[in-house]
Design a protein. Sequence first.
Length: 236
Amino acid sequence: MKCVEKSNDKIKITCDIDVSLANAIRRSVNEVPTLAISEVDFYANDSILYDEIIAHRLGLVPLKNQKVKRDIVLEYKIKASAKKGERKMVLAGELGEDVVYPEMPIVLLEDGQKLELVAKAVVGIGKDHARFSPGMIYYRHVPKIKISSEGEKQSELAELYPEIFEFDGKLKVKDALKCELDDEDFKDFPGISVEFDGTLLMVIESWGQMGADKVLLESCKALKENLSKIVKELKL
């Protein structure tokens, strides 16, 4: 396994694991416990958006506090109004410091309009509703690009795919990890072939509630717990 890119929100790794295991880890993202707003009580809403639409938007606001137990309910309040003759954009940051992206717009209030609500957040899993998803994992096979002596003359590929190829007297592979092409794409370029082995490029992205590394760790942990339950039930 090799890490080729890492930031708080995104990680890319190459690994030689079976596709079935990679897919099981990918699906397990939706079993990672995540805090999200699941219920909203409205006390005033003069905006152009229905209560249901605003509640939906609030449910998709990523929250920082991810150490809350499953039976705990957190409340966040918004009390906003537009002054006479003015407009006011209600931002997610008005929910408090737990918001990951405080500049996310919720609704625009026109002259004299008000919005007052109490949002309730609980811990859930993405399998039950997308609002509880902490991120996503996807993968693909890493191509092995072969260039023959004839293919070394194909300078046009460096112009068409500058992130993949470079030409300095002869064509060379610059970064195979960015290649999403196959032999069909190179049919008009003799001397270029693409093969695939068991190496996968796995990408982990976080929506902000937790780091991408934790998304991967918690997904593996959720998969392990599910497998343990199966072993226990079968009494192996």
